[in-house]
Design a protein around this ligand. Structure first.
Ligand SMILES: [Fe+2]
Length: 388
């Protein structure tokens, strides 16, 4: 998170005596990243957060690769992934490389009697359908349609849904996910030209403090294994914390589009960055206002990045036959651009209602077996003008 946050009660000085009402000590934890060099949070717990009781076993969740080397454009029918009651079981990895997993999830129930922690990766959850509460050991966040939830690696969480029809597009990143550096000044403050500001980033507002001992199951993802770890104390036992490393929410509806007289390039839509991929938000906006502008994008050859677009809502001006829940993959190495007729269709249009999330990865993506199960194998020919 790019700015400081404090929740609950903390002592005046870090690493000093902090007593409970009964005179015993609260237990401090530095929850940091990049060794001791990255963002960190100092949290104060009812109990030592180190009390592992058992490691019951682990389950292999390595993505099964169907297409290892790919030079074909694909369309995936995201809503064909079958809803499942359990959150973790419902997570379906569609695309994968060593930096990132692109995942779809359609859980129908709140997370069961377990907590979850991803020890390897930051998770960016985009809520396409559904409403509920993300509960974490560093406080809670309400979510609804259009929210990005950024959960840094190591945060222990549970998701409660108010709804049954839930659809999520998840980016699981081995690299830390930040807001773009070029939007921030030397001090980390978001600058005037950024398409969002600190007021748009929602911080955890509600801390659950449970002073309980017992058997608490945390499913910990590490190295593509899901470990069942039993802790002796409740994972949500924090009385207070401060720092920079905590989950936060940002609604795509709060992204302020940057427009121009002629077509603006995809970086104006950038929302998050890592050193392995970027995330962009394509939002409803006014079109280019040069009298002879072509609002549809020009053909472009992103020779060194794979482009993934997840279509959320509205009419997708540059594509034919694309619906909400679809994912398109335009791989590095070949040009792509508007579908036949889209350029002509766009001329004279004044605005778009399209809503989409784009992930551009710098390493090629592999397609999983689960991805191929929802793939449209003829999409790569959809630019042939004779096919109109
Ligand atoms: Fe593109």
């Amino acid at each position: 998170m790019p700015f400081y946050h404090k929740l609950g009660k903390i002592p005046h000085k870090r690493h000093t005596v902090f007593k409970k009402p009964d005179g015993s000590l609260y237990r401090e934890q530095l929850f940091g990243t990049i060794g001791f060099d990255g963002m960190s949070t100092n949290s104060y717990h009812e109990h030592h957060p180190t009390q592992v009781k058992e490691i019951l076993g682990h389950k292999d969740v390595t993505p099964k690769i169907a297409v290892d080397t790919n030079l074909k454009s694909y369309r995936f029918h995201g809503f064909k992934t079958v809803p499942q009651p359990d959150y973790l079981k419902s997570r379906t990895t569609v695309l994968h490389n060593t930096d990132v997993n692109i995942i779809l999830a359609a859980p129908t129930q709140s997370q069961g009697d377990y907590f979850y922690k991803n020890a390897d990766a930051d998770e960016l959850l985009f809520i396409h359908k559904g409403k509920g509460k993300l509960r974490t050991h560093l406080g809670n966040l309400d979510f609804e349609y259009g929210d990005y939830l950024l959960i840094p690696r190591g945060v222990i969480y549970k998701i409660d849904f108010e709804t049954e029809d839930n659809r999520m597009f998840i980016v699981e990143s081995r690299r830390p996910i930040y807001t773009p550096k070029r939007y921030r000044n030397h001090f980390g403050q978001l600058l005037e030209h950024a398409p969002f500001c600190e007021r748009d980033l929602r911080q955890p507002y509600e801390l659950e403090t449970n002073d309980e001992k017992g058997d608490f199951l945390i499913k910990v993802k590490k190295e593509n294994q899901l470990f069942d770890m039993v802790y002796a104390t409740h994972p949500f036992d924090v009385v207070g914390y401060d720092g920079y490393n905590y989950p936060y929410a940002f609604s795509i509806h709060d992204f302020e589009p940057i427009t121009g007289r002629i077509h603006q390039p995809p970086p104006v839509h950038q929302t998050f960055e890592t050193d392995a991929f970027v995330v962009c938000s394509f939002c409803p906006r006014l079109y280019d206002y040069h009298p002879e502008s072509i609002p549809a994008p020009y053909n472009h050859s992103n020779i060194d990045s794979d482009e993934v677009l997840y279509y959320v809502d509205g009419d997708f001006m540059s594509r034919n036959d694309i619906e909400a829940g679809h994912i398109s993959l335009h791989p590095a190495g070949i040009p792509h651009g508007p579908h036949p007729g889209a350029v002509e269709r766009s001329i004279g249009q004044t605005k778009t209602e399209e809503l989409a999330v784009m992930v551009d990865t710098f390493k090629p993506l592999k397609i999983t077996e689960e991805g191929m199960a929802i793939a449209d194998d003829s999409y790569h020919k959809s630019w042939i003008e004779d096919d109109r």
